[in-house]
Ligand binder design. Structure first.
Ligand SMILES: [Zn+2]
Length: 659
């Protein structure tokens, strides 16, 4: 009976979509060019408290400020903010910020945590073909670029030679400089994209990140490589950055905007690099082909992708291809000499089988080209508390152990149901120590290759409805959320009384409950519903240093400004990283099984997880990591495990991944 009435625990939350919007102030574009670039009403993705940005098909209604490109006429009339209306529903699969349960059927229609934290693209560029700026005072001669490239082993005559053959090397030694845009109303996106970049490149070594405007001459020579994310159209780029990039001696990965500033700064960019840009393509593009695998691109993304002119294919590598929905295609990225250019920002609208994975893999070329290909898998049994059914746990342990598959178990050691939601209105609470049969089942799991994780203390917060029932495993513990009138779960921010000390105390209570049950205290932490505040991340870093997670990232983390909880980015990782909060992250990247469709979201069945596994094979040292709720049919668990093995993945012990 317990919990049968609750459907879809966290896995999904509809993001609040705020209104739409146009900030006419956007970047340095003249008013004329802005007109008519909107995509109609009500498009956009909301982040957090009614802040909406983006250009998708999502309809939104809500408070807050919408940033984006929406309606051309709004601008034409000189209004800075256009209105949007609608229902706050989005479509498309999210990046899976949420793992939780889905038991039985229910009238409760829930939210889509998977959409939570999905970052939109930068606004659609005001024009398809940007104007090249007037040449600056210093034009870099082609000869300088070529000479520089030769000096680091790049042979012009064999331009196809990959950077990977001559650059990079020992990944532990890599040190990446991340430069990001900050100007304009979309400036905050730059810092979020930079955090996501930092998280990925941490796989390969250390990094530094700061606004591109702060770049000073010669700095990049101290780094293994530079990643520049052009997210603000016509961000003023320092001449020194352009000059140093064109010097050819430091590998630079450049995304999206402002490439026209670079090409204008060379005496003859095409002569040096063998390609030039042509303009943005705004057609519907939902596929990026890489290594013969089709990866997804969300068509909510209206930001466009850069196209090219005059590609000399004897000198330019074309790592991936953008495929228009009419079947025609063009290069998604180009690479020659020290420069790799990707025509969009692959962090926008990420999904399980997304072209984000192309970027994740291309970073190996940049930072660790010697990496040997391998594909590992992880499985985690989710939401096991004192209220668990011991028999279900035993069956799962037997199934996995008979396949020699190590696994982990996310455990919250205290059960709370302060409103009696599952007990006829009578409040209930008890510890693992009060359920010796569950403890015995956990010990059996350990004996069969299971590693226990700390999945919070109670997996709920006090008596708060946060946001479902107040009961363990339903609710958030380290973050607050509510369900709005549109059945959207809205992330509200840190819990009342939040602090690093509060979180540390919560962890200490959990530890004590493990000990009281006769269990060792876990060494890996997993946030309930993958959500915590910055001080919570700090507390976990201090105590564990290891999270099994998809992280939430906020403006302010890099800029040292107060954290802006209203704008957040969620990110999954296809390999272990050390994220910006300092902790080592065990990845979870292909989600979980959700047998029932809900709202506009399709069910996710074993075949869907396996499709994500297939996509992740493009990452040369990548993972397929999923989780499974023990109340589901164990045959589905087995299907995913066996399927991933057939794809070439090897299941590994989570402990083997901790440095
Ligand atoms: Zn959970």
């Amino acid at each position: 009976m317990k919990k049968q009435n609750f459907q879809f625990r966290t896995g999904r939350i509809w993001v609040v979509m705020a209104a739409i919007f146009v900030f006419a102030a956007a970047t340095s574009v003249n008013a004329q060019t802005l007109i008519g670039h909107g995509n109609g009403q009500g498009k956009g993705i909301g982040l957090g408290n009614g802040i909406s940005i983006g250009q998708g098909n999502d309809i939104s209604k809500g408070k807050g400020i919408g940033l984006g490109n929406g309606i051309g006429k709004g601008i034409g009339k000189g209004k800075g903010i256009a209105k949007g209306k609608g229902k706050g529903k989005g479509k498309g699969k999210g990046i899976g910020q949420h793992p939780e349960k889905n038991k039985g059927s229910s009238a409760r229609t829930l939210a889509n945590l998977q959409d939570m934290g999905k970052l939109p693209s930068p606004p659609r560029p005001p024009v398809a073909i940007p104007l090249e700026p007037s040449p600056g005072k210093r034009i870099v001669p082609v000869e300088d670029t070529l000479q520089g490239a030769r000096s680091i082993g790049l042979d012009l005559l064999d331009g196809r030679v990959s950077l990977s053959l001559s650059l990079g090397g020992d990944s532990s030694a890599s040190n990446t400089l991340i430069l990001y845009d900050t100007t304009g109303p979309w400036g905050f996106l730059g810092e979020l994209y930079a955090q996501m970049t930092a998280n990925l490149v941490s796989r390969f070594g250390t990094w530094q990140a700061y606004p591109v405007g702060e770049y000073s001459a010669g700095e990049m020579t101290d780094y293994s490589a530079v990643v520049y994310i052009g997210s603000t159209y016509d961000e003023p780029l320092p001449t020194a950055f352009l000059t140093d990039t064109l010097a050819g001696t430091t590998p630079v990965l450049w995304m999206y905007d402002n490439i026209w500033q670079l090409t204008a700064h060379s005496s003859d960019f095409h002569a040096a690099y063998g390609w030039n840009w042509a303009g943005f393509d705004f057609s519907s593009i939902s596929t990026i082909n890489y290594k013969l695998v089709d990866l997804n691109r969300n068509t909510l993304n209206q930001g466009g992708i850069m196209t090219y002119a005059n590609i000399d294919q004897s000198r330019v590598e074309l790592p991936a291809t953008a495929v228009r929905d009419d079947g025609t295609s063009f290069p998604w990225a180009v690479r020659s000499l020290n420069l790799t250019y990707i025509g969009e920002v692959p962090f926008a609208y990420m999904d399980h089988e997304d072209r984000y994975l192309v970027l994740a893999d291309m970073l190996f070329d940049l930072l660790a080209p010697e990496t040997v290909e391998q594909h590992r898998a992880l499985v985690r049994i989710e939401d096991v508390g004192p209220d668990a059914d011991p028999q279900e746990l035993i069956v799962i342990a037997q199934e996995l152990s008979s396949r020699s598959v190590p696994f982990s178990v996310a455990v919250y050691p205290r059960y709370e149901d302060p409103h009696g939601a599952y007990n006829n209105g009578v409040p209930e609470s008890y510890d693992l120590a009060d359920r010796p049969d569950v403890v015995a089942a956990l010990q059996f799991m350990q004996s069969q290759g299971g590693t226990l994780l700390m999945h919070g203390y109670t997996h709920q917060f006090g008596e708060l409805i946060n946001p479902y029932s107040g009961a363990s495993a339903d609710d958030f513990e380290f973050y607050t959320a509510h369900v709005d009138a549109n059945d959207s779960v809205i992330y509200d921010g840190p819990v009342p009384g939040d602090s690093q000390v509060w979180a540390a105390n919560r962890i200490a209570l959990s530890e004590a409950a493990f000990v009281a049950a006769g269990l060792e205290v876990p060494t890996i932490f997993e946030f309930p519903h993958y959500a915590g505040s910055v001080p919570n991340y700090m507390a976990v870093d201090e105590r564990f240093g290891v999270r099994y997670d998809r992280g939430l990232y906020f403006p302010g983390n890099l800029s040292q400004q107060p954290i802006d909880y209203s704008r957040l980015a969620g990110q999954f990782f296809p390999y272990p990283v050390r994220d910006i909060y300092g902790s080592w992250i065990i990845p979870e990247n292909i989600g979980n099984i959700e047998p029932e469709p809900f709202n506009n979201h399709p069910a996710r069945l074993p075949a869907d997880l396996l499709a994500a596994g297939e996509a992740n094979l493009v990452v040369r040292d990548g993972f397929a990591s999923f989780f499974f709720h023990p109340y589901l049919d164990p045959n589905m668990l087995v299907q995913v495990v066996d399927g991933l093995k057939q794809q070439g993945y090897e299941f590994v012990d989570v402990n083997s991944l901790i440095p």
